[in-house]
Design a protein around this ligand. Structure first.
Ligand code: SF4
Length: 91
């Protein structure tokens, strides 16, 4: 299963990712976006990673491509970057 994390140091707090995939992304009280666990609980550790269900994969990839901070990292099941700064660097 794909996974995703956010580098909060670069997050601008615009909320685009939350619009694309509210099941995965949410703001904490610091105004920055974080990922949520499968149980919907916000993972407030910096750079915390969560699994991306297949049904949300395209929404999460769109969020990573559009993210103004270029700080959403999406990795495939084998750990290969599929969207985000590392994927862009690899292509
Ligand atoms: S789209 Fe990127 S910069 Fe915007 S809130 Fe989400 S993680 Fe932060």
């Amino acid at each position: 299963m794909a996974s995703v994390r956010i580098d909060q140091d670069l997050c601008t707090g615009d909320g685009l990712c939350v619009q694309y995939a509210p099941e995965i992304f949410e703001f904490d009280i610091d105004g920055l976006a974080y990922v949520k666990g499968a149980d919907g609980e916000l993972l407030t550790g910096a750079g915390a990673r969560t699994d991306v269900p297949a049904s949300l994969r395209l929404d999460v990839i769109d969020a990573a491509v559009e993210c103004p901070g270029n700080c959403i990292y999406v990795d495939g099941a084998d750990g290969t970057p599929v969207a985000g700064p590392e994927a862009a660097a690899a292509s």
